[in-house]
Design a protein around this ligand. Sequence first.
Ligand code: 5GP
Ligand code: MN
Length: 336
Amino acid sequence: MRSLMKSRKKMSRTTIARILDAFHDSSRVLITSHKEPDGDSICSQLVVREYLESLGKECVLFNHGDIPARYRFVTGVENIHTDISAYDFNPDLVVVLESTSLDRTGDVASVIGDGVRIINIDHHEGNTLYGDVNLVDDRASSVGEMIYKILSEDGFVFKGTTAENIYIAILTDTGRFHFSSTTPDAMRIAADLIESGVDTRRVTDQVYFSMSEPQLRTIGEVIQSAEVHLDGRLCALTLTRALLDKRGMSFSDFEGIVDYSLQINGVEVGVLFKDISDDVTKASIRSRSNLDVAEIARKFGGGGHPNAAGVTLEAPLDEAKRLIIQAVKETLDRND
Ligand code: 5GP
Ligand code: MN
């Protein structure tokens, strides 16, 4: 553990100590993360809950947006509430994970009362440091990795569900140990977790190889929608409500399919467009080069990591496509 901490100046021991003090001093804790939660945010929330409950704290977990289908097998996931109209809790501490700003928690932000202490733990560049204590490390593979380091400092031993959930956080946020976030620390922690008994084959099968037949067929249609632009450097995929309605499915059944946008050799930027409504389009943007797609997302009010970012545009699908493709073109032209 010591060697893990030494390599991470951004994980300051003082800040970790302040977070642990806040955890120990709390009684009722709200744990939340960004809207449209993913594997890292869901699993990190569940681990923080198990740790706090082991200290005898009362915890409530709330997220804005459905749990994606591929994470519904995760142990404890039924404890994450998503219907904010049913919120009835009076926390003395709020833990916000993986959210660049408080707004990123969506509806949950509106129930956080004034004056409640906020702990902000994130690995996104550009975090607005909205917490009373802020731990932000943009070099961490995942918030799961950060949680592992923080709780290890308190002597917490990861085994069973907590080991598996940190493993899933790292597995999914590194794209199965593929993205540049696959750091030595991420691998070392994954190795520790495997040693403590995580069944890597079962977990990977559950996350990535447990689709229903309609899901696979829908993905086939999304792949058919591929448009290649900018001399083969950009691939755009589209997932529409019309397609989902036809198959009786929802956007949360397709978390992660943006990855198909980077499958073609020579494509540098991949985008998945989703028509959330007639006037609102979500774009998930990925890159495999040094091209910083978070910068592109930020231009339109979004954000993320250099190789994986997202933005919700107040624009119909066609207009959103035009805007994003143009912005990618300008960035590529500038970098050439
Ligand atoms: P995704 O495209 O899978 O939704 O998100 C990719 C990355 O970008 C994640 O790290 C996610 O947190 C971030 N991201 C997605 N949408 C937004 C957004 O609207 N604002 C910000 N700040 N980050 C986003
Ligand atoms: Mn993450």
